[in-house]
Design a protein around this ligand. Structure first.
Ligand code: ADP
Ligand code: ZN
Length: 746
């Protein structure tokens, strides 16, 4: 279908994947004047129903059996935005994740590249009058239109052209006074492109590769054998924190670059820090970085560099898997178990699994690296689908840190209080500070109290829009919904009965206050999304820890990953059980991963390291195994449970969420999907759980119900979805979400 047709011959038809929720591409006639130009992979505009919509040309043909074929209106960009391989990959994404092909294509091509736009254009304003005239106008407007006066003042002060968004914030005004000034000819406005290079100021001195340890050499030899074969393959690299995985990545990349091929490195968004990028910059030129904080023009710049072969290594979060490198040799998925590789909106792809598919289409190799591989990956490696590679020890003979488990139930019994910091942890913090070393304290919850209720009448303070308990933020004196971010005045007494409210559940803000009280001399730095609001606050905070300006670092997930500070010799996990409270079949896995990751932040130098895990369930196998650094034991036990319950990796999951403002509509739709699933289950092996209210039953005023369906293989999931497809479109007042291989069960 994609071979070049003879330009002189008769009609030409194009298959177009439109950005609409439809499951197939449509046929359109190509007008003669576009014959010579249109190629698969270009964006076009086509009539669709009564509208015109954008879409991607995905194929050309000289004949068509379709009737009433309409013609393409225009080509939006004469650039081929997606190549044949990418067309195949997006088709697979659309099929597998139950999304439209157009939507899958749309997430491959970043904003700013689409429509041949030169990226984001920003309006710049400058004075169109001289200084004297401007001053005269300012005096004139002072009373009548203070906003206009402030704008002119700001422009006068800056003395050069100023981006309109900045001008608006400096003059504290809306766009309209700026427009009025432009209309009156006092201000000149021009649209310009702005391109700034992310991480551009990171200049790293070049460093040679390290000489590998025997363990690394063994692993690397196996990897190079595969890389040199230039065929698809995948490996699970299971290496404890600090075992030298990154060094393996770097040298494997070097190998594919020397073959004239390119590499993609996927990291979770949260660990895409300057520290990470720096390690790659020290070894290679020509690195492109793609991440969520970039604007359109920055993304476009990086994208074009890759397409034109100016960069051969991409480091990025999830969407970097779509980087347009022409000759892919290697994909590294670091921390492959991370749930942030899954896109939370349609198409709900998992970048790790897309990586495997892309590599198989393009004959590339994939390394899935983690200290705590997902059970899915571990299982695939143990049945031989992936090569299994292990780095069981830290580099340089450093031991794993010793982990002490503190039973907080015993602690409250013996102290007759419910302390946040156990006596043992306090003692160790003291000793650490005494030696001039640093402590890192981890808690997965922000705020002060995470639960507020009234013991008299039983009222629980919840978000008005979501079925979620509000968290008290003491400094701001507000209660906040951590789901939708709505915040409310903190009530003085129970809104229902006027009784005295009870605050419990510990967040970082409360631990912060407690530590201040316990260690008034210590310099405490808190890192959570309440304190890290500035553009550079992460970097600044890490610098403070590195330079020793902070003694105690307290934080949420933000501090769980990738940090490497030799002087951190104590890690305290304030409450290790938090993931276990969440109703999700992966909660044990998450708890194990979290403890292992956080524990891995210490003991990274000869100074050694110690970890204190505070818990209410010391007997839980996640906590036991994590304390012993025993991934294998954990995986074995967890797999056994998954097998008994029929959860992944022993089945494939699809989750259906129905949401809407009227519970009646939502339930009706959900029941219909459930009965269609039960019908389908007659000819195939399916297990259907639900419908039931979702664990978070209301979000943003919308009632939510869900159904889980388990099928033996991904092929079965596909067949099941095809069978019930007619029931999966949105109905009145009921929005349907289909999530294949879900990672979020709330
Ligand atoms: P991981 O990615 O598994 O956490 P890293 O690659 O970050 O491990 O390695 C941990 C530390 O050991 C780093 O400081 C790194 O520079 C160092 N390192 C890794 N490999 C070697 C080696 N072969 N020789 C000396 N030091 C090494
Ligand atoms: Zn809310």
């Amino acid at each position: 279908m994609q071979n070049e047709p003879d330009k002189k011959s008769g009609p030409l038809f194009a298959q177009v994947a439109v950005k609409m929720p439809v499951d197939k591409a449509y046929t359109y006639l190509v007008p003669p004047e576009l014959h010579a130009i249109l190629k698969p992979g270009m964006m076009v505009r086509v009539p669709f129903g009564r509208k015109e919509v954008e879409g991607y040309c995905v194929g050309l043909a000289e004949t068509s059996s379709a009737e009433n074929v309409k013609a393409i209106r225009e080509i939006l960009d004469e650039q081929v935005l997606v190549d044949g391989n990418m067309l195949k990959l997006t088709r697979w994404i659309a099929d597998y994740y139950f999304a439209s092909w157009g939507a899958a294509l749309d997430c491959v091509v970043p904003g700013g590249v689409k429509r041949g736009s030169m990226g984001r254009r920003v309006e710049f304003a400058s004075l169109a009058v001289d200084k004297a005239k401007a001053e005269e106008l300012i005096a004139l407007y002072r009373e009548k239109s203070p906003a206009r006066a402030r704008i002119l003042e700001a422009l006068l002060a800056s003395g050069k052209e100023t981006p309109v968004p900045r001008l608006k914030s400096e003059a504290d005004c809306s766009a309209s006074p700026v427009k009025t000034l432009a209309k009156d000819g006092f201000v000149h406005i021009e649209k310009k492109h702005v391109v700034a290079q992310p991480f551009a100021n990171l200049h790293a001195p070049r460093r040679p590769h390290l000489e590998m340890t025997p363990h690394q050499t063994e692993v690397f030899t196996k990897i190079t054998r595969h890389i040199d074969a230039k065929k698809y393959g995948a490996a699970m690299l299971n290496g404890v924190t600090g075992s030298g995985k990154t060094e393996i990545y770097l040298q494997a990349i070097d190998r594919v670059l020397k073959q004239g091929r390119q590499a993609i490195v996927l990291v979770p968004e949260i660990s895409l820090t300057p520290q990470t990028v720096m390690r790659f910059r020290e070894r290679f030129d020509e690195i492109a970085v793609l991440h969520g904080m970039m604007n359109d023009s920055q993304r476009r710049e990086q994208w074009m560099n890759l397409k034109e072969g100016k960069a051969s290594i991409v480091i990025g979060a999830r969407s970097a898997i779509f980087a347009p490198v022409p000759n892919l040799g290697l994909v590294i998925v670091d921390e492959e178990h991370e749930s942030s590789f899954k896109q939370p909106r349609s198409p709900r792809y998992n970048a790790r699994d897309v990586a495997l598919m892309r590599a198989s289409i393009e004959n590339a190799y994939v390394i899935l690296g983690s200290a705590t591989p997902s059970l899915e990956t571990y299982f695939n490696a143990s049945v031989g689908k992936y090569t299994r590679l292990d780095l069981p020890q830290r580099v340089g003979g450093l031991p794993m840190p010793e982990v002490e488990v503190v039973d907080m139930r015993v602690e409250s019994r013996e102290t007759k209080k419910s302390p946040m910091i156990s006596r043992r942890l306090r003692e160790l913090i003291e000793a650490t500070l005494g030696r001039g070393e640093q402590a890192l304290l981890f808690l997965n919850r922000r705020g002060f109290s995470t639960h507020i209720d009234c013991p008299a009448c039983g009222m629980v303070l919840k978000c008005k829009r979501c079925d979620v308990s509000l968290t008290f933020h003491k400094k701001r004196n507000r209660t906040v919904c951590h789901y939708c971010n709505a915040d409310y005045e903190a009530p003085q007494s129970c809104p229902a009965c006027g009784g005295k409210l009870r605050y419990f559940g510990v967040g970082t803000e409360k631990v912060d206050a407690e530590i201040e009280k316990m260690f008034p001399e210590a310099r405490l730095l808190r890192m959570d999304s309440d304190t890290m609001t500035g553009r550079n606050s992460h970097e600044d905070a890490f610098k403070m820890v590195a330079s020793g300006e902070a003694d105690i670092l307290l934080g949420t997930q933000m501090i769980a990953k990738g940090l490497h500070f030799p002087r951190v010799t104590l890690v305290g996990i304030i409450l290790a059980d938090t993931p276990l409270f969440i109703p999700d079949f992966r909660s044990a896995e998450r708890a194990f991963q979290l403890i292992s990751q956080v524990a891995g932040r210490t003991g990274r130098s000869e100074r050694g390291g110690r970890v204190v895990v505070q818990t209410l369930r010391p007997e839980h196998f996640s906590i036991r195994c994590a304390a012993q650094h025993d991934y294998e034991a954990f995986a074995r036990e967890e797999l056994q449970m998954r097998r008994q319950l029929g959860y992944p990796p022993f089945s494939r999951l699809a989750r259906f969420v129905v949401e809407g403002t009227q519970t009646g509509n939502v339930r009706e739709k959900c029941d219909r999907i459930a009965s269609a699933l039960k019908d389908a289950a007659r000819d195939m092996k399916l297990r259907v759980v639900g419908p039931a209210p979702a664990p978070i039953a209301v979000i943003g005023n919308k009632t939510r119900y869900h159904i889980l369906a388990m099928a033996p293989t991904s092929g079965d999931v596909k067949k099941m979805l095809a069978e019930i497809r007619p029931h999966l479109s949105n109905a009145k007042g009921a929005h349907v979400i289909v999530d294949v291989d879900p990672v979020n069960m709330l």
